[in-house]
Design a protein around this ligand. Structure first.
Ligand code: GLN
Length: 466
């Protein structure tokens, strides 16, 4: 698809539409909440901003590319004065006291947030069913899950209820729902975009990621939200990615894929066949394709879940009803903590808190937590070796097609295993992009740390080739 941001920008400049009608139309499309994507609408805020954009245009003042462009925000980002619920009972009445850096940068560029989007509670899930706002429905087939945890964001983009959305990706939450709903979704290199104001799930892999219908829109948004932030010590300085730089992929001579991802009983036969057909098309363009060795799915998934459960148990320990959220009084303070946390966290979140505290506890941490840390380091070293040989690693996004709503909740272990292809790249802190081509749940393009630019180049190339 062509860039929606550029198209709408031109329509605004040419006065073919007003920003107010644009925002009104998007809000009207979101209001029926047909796919359970909406946690709250930012109607007054958005319309006030739109009025200002219209005044500027009327006065023949120049407007920036993102000015007046409506976007969605996963409901785990702080936006001052608005509900930030993490789709949880715990925070269902919580209003943010400040604004996340990435969201502020978009607002500063003139983009207009219109909706806080449904997701798995605290990012815990792969289907957007772990939410107090009702399961998000898939944009293509509403009987299926939207994917998760940024399901509401991916569906809003796919249905064009928002021009782009900002999701969050800890182990696949931008990439997997993007694949399930056939849109582009980027997990940038860890640290490229500030996490300040993103409700922490697992701080060592949490990434802010844009979802959009075109590569160009991903590029524009990524450039806007990237950069050093004194409020997030893990951020680094990155260069602007220009559109000329990503128009040709001629320097890419060799790519690779993980043999064991494909020669595996867990992969759906159609996804496997489509993936191998895509590989043949790439080879036919003169690019060498290498088969690479990687850790098996069980190791990747258990390493990831050990670490993220430990981190989320620590991060969520601040939610005890004292400073934030829905406090429930008990007989004494301890009892108050206990009731507040038992009643307000979902089953899935409690499973992760209990698991996380277990792997961090005395007598277990050396054997489990430290082992996972070592494995994470080995995974990163493996990637470093691979990227000396190939410029890109290509993989399917998921082993299977989206399940029916209701099915994944029955078997949490099966749900964890469905993350097999996404979590490794998170542990490696690599940039990874889902594109809506190649297999029925898309393809994932990954590159070496900080080389986010090459993902967009290769995505442009694949748009022509597949
Ligand atoms: N499905 C993975 C999990 O539940 C990834 C979620 C995410 O990236 N937030 O941890």
């Amino acid at each position: 698809m062509e860039s929606q941001i550029r198209k709408i920008h031109q329509q605004l400049v040419d006065q073919k539409i007003t920003c107010t009608t644009l925002i009104q139309e998007k809000l009207a499309a979101l209001k029926p909440n047909s796919h359970n994507t909406v946690n709250s609408l930012l109607e007054d805020f958005a319309l006030e901003k739109a009025k200002k954009v219209d005044e500027k245009i009327k006065n023949r003042q120049e407007i920036g590319l993102l000015e007046g462009i409506p976007f969605g925000v996963k409901d785990v980002y702080m936006l001052q004065g608005t509900f930030t619920t993490a789709s949880s009972d715990f925070l269902k009445n919580y209003k943010a006291a400040y604004t996340a850096t990435a969201i502020q940068k978009l607002i500063d560029a003139g983009a207009i947030p219109i909706v806080k989007e449904n997701c798995d509670s605290f990012g815990h899930g792969s289907s957007s069913e772990n939410t107090i706002f009702g399961a998000v429905k898939n944009a293509i087939n509403p009987a299926l899950v939207a994917g998760g945890s940024s399901g509401g964001s991916a569906v809003n983009v796919a249905k064009q209820f928002t021009v782009f959305s900002i999701g969050g990706d800890t182990g696949g939450s931008v990439r997997q729902p993007s694949g399930y709903n056939k849109v582009y979704g980027l997990k940038p290199t860890y640290g490229r975009v500030s996490r300040f104001g993103l409700l922490a799930y697992a701080s060592s892999t949490d990434c802010v990621g844009p979802i959009a219908t075109s590569i160009e829109d991903i590029r524009i948004v990524l450039n806007t939200i990237s950069g050093i932030d004194v409020k997030d010590q893990t951020t680094y300085k990155s260069d602007i990615i220009s559109d000329e730089n990503i128009s040709t992929a001629s320097e890419i001579k060799a790519i690779g894929y993980f043999k064991n991802f494909i020669e595996n009983n867990a992969i759906d036969s159609e996804i496997k066949a489509d993936f191998l057909a895509a590989i043949e098309k790439i080879k036919s363009k003169g690019i060498e394709v290498k088969e690479l060795d990687f850790f098996d799915s069980e190791t990747l998934v258990s390493t990831y879940y050990t670490l993220v459960m430990a981190e989320t148990a620590s991060n969520l320990s601040r939610l005890d009803g004292t400073n934030y959220g829905n406090r429930m009084e008990g007989k004494n303070l301890k009892d108050t903590y206990s009731i507040t946390r038992s009643e307000n966290f979902s089953e899935e979140t409690k499973r992760r808190i209990v698991g996380g505290n277990q792997v961090l506890s005395q007598g277990f941490s050396d054997e489990i937590y430290l082992k996972a840390i070592n494995l994470k380091n080995e995974i990163s070293e493996n990637f470093e070796r691979d990227f000396q040989e190939v410029a890109i690693i290509l993989s399917p996004v998921t082993p299977k097609c989206p399940p029916k709503i209701g099915d994944s909740l029955k078997d949490p272990l099966a749900m964890y295993l469905s993350d097999a292809y996404t979590v490794g790249f998170s542990l490696g802190q690599l940039p990874t992009l889902t594109i809506p081509q190649g297999t029925s749940t898309g393809l994932q393009i990954s590159a070496a740390k900080t080389n986010d630019e090459i993902l967009l180049k290769f995505a442009n190339f694949l748009k022509e080739v597949l």
